[in-house]
Design a binder for this molecule. Sequence first.
Ligand code: SF4
Length: 201
Amino acid sequence: MAMDTVTSRRQFLKLTGIGTAGIAAAELGGLGFDLAFAGQRAARRKLEGTKQTASICPYCAVGCGTLINAKTENGRTTIVNIEGNPDSPISTGSLCPKGAATFQLAVNPLRKDKILHRKAGATDWDTEPMTRDQAMTRITQLYADSRDATFVEKDANGKLINQSTGIFALGGATNDNEENYLIAKVNRMMGVVRIENQARI
Ligand code: SF4
């Protein structure tokens, strides 16, 4: 059915199959009341009284620009928002899903801030957290034991390989560039060749 130039916007929406709810949303969202504007006002209110700092997403070598807004109250500084920096020549304000979730990593009530240890055979985490020194000592000992037990100096043909064959380094999605750099350096130094992390998109 041809649509003449006098067909109203409402008629057009009806003709294209958009129902009453769709019409209402279109009127609110695009042509009458701007829903995005209401969202922007709420976002601006959240940023009132904050200090903005330009930074760089820590997760990969793309180096997208971020803007971090933080508020200081009673001597305590809290991040209230992290978003893409439109002035960044690298990313012009965009962030991939991983970078866009940086705020949720930095400010998350579910985040553990103590080192927990689950002993072999245990069904739950110990209620007493380990100290950092205890955890580092244990990790270092287990690492050294595994390396000593599985180190292969030469392969079956007598070729020097110096490999720690019993250790695999697996990094998580929230390891940043510097952590992954150190993980790779330390493990290669110890003869580990199986190193993986989720630092790519
Ligand atoms: S992880 Fe995503 S947002 Fe962060 S620098 Fe890489 S591409 Fe950019």
